[in-house]
Design a protein around this ligand. Structure first.
Ligand code: ATP
Ligand code: MG
Length: 136
């Protein structure tokens, strides 16, 4: 099974999160600038003209399409690197993915998600290998 992790984080945490993902062998990803709010509905700022409400706050969305068995480790890594402990640290959403195609080669599914020195290739020497290798 293939999943998509959509992590919405603070802009200033992007560098730390990218490095942490690289450290565990997450290779393919993309990043989008987004604006939004969570349950506080934005923030109240005080300027010279008094206080005003900003409802859509800038955040960075990191998209990663990956194999099911790497989802929890990746979520854990993002949470640790993105957290400040204050409100507004972000959200992570996980979706099922129907298909993946690498355009250059025509590879599909799991084959299209393989990268040199990625999270799975690093585990190939481990006892048991990847969980999905046992599912035929
Ligand atoms: N339900 C949602 N659907 C889509 N995007 C969301 C949702 N909730 C939050 N976001 C996005 O995540 C960003 C960060 O959300 P935020 O961390 O403030 O969530 P929260 O639920 O308010 O948690 P906290 O109480 O820690 O602030 C928002 O700016 C918005 O871009
Ligand atoms: Mg919030």
């Amino acid at each position: 099974m293939t999943k998509k992790i959509e992590a919405i984080i603070r802009e200033e945490r992007l560098g730390d999160v990218k490095q942490a993902l690289k450290d565990i062998g997450i290779v393919g990803m993309n990043v989008v600038e987004v604006h939004g709010h969570g349950r506080q509905g934005g923030i109240s700022l005080t300027g010279r003209g008094g206080s005003y409400q900003v409802d859509m706050l800038p955040r960075v969305q990191i998209n990663i399409v990956l194999s099911d068995h790497n989802v929890e480790k990746t979520i854990d890594t993002i949470c640790k690197a993105a957290a400040s402990g204050k409100i507004g640290d972000g959200m992570i959403f996980v979706y099922p993915v129907e298909e993946v195609v690498r355009i250059r080669t025509g590879e599909r599914g799991h084959q299209a998600l393989m990268y040199p020195d990625d999270i799975d290739s690093r585990q190939e020497g481990d006892q048991g290998g990847r969980p999905d290798q046992h599912q035929g």
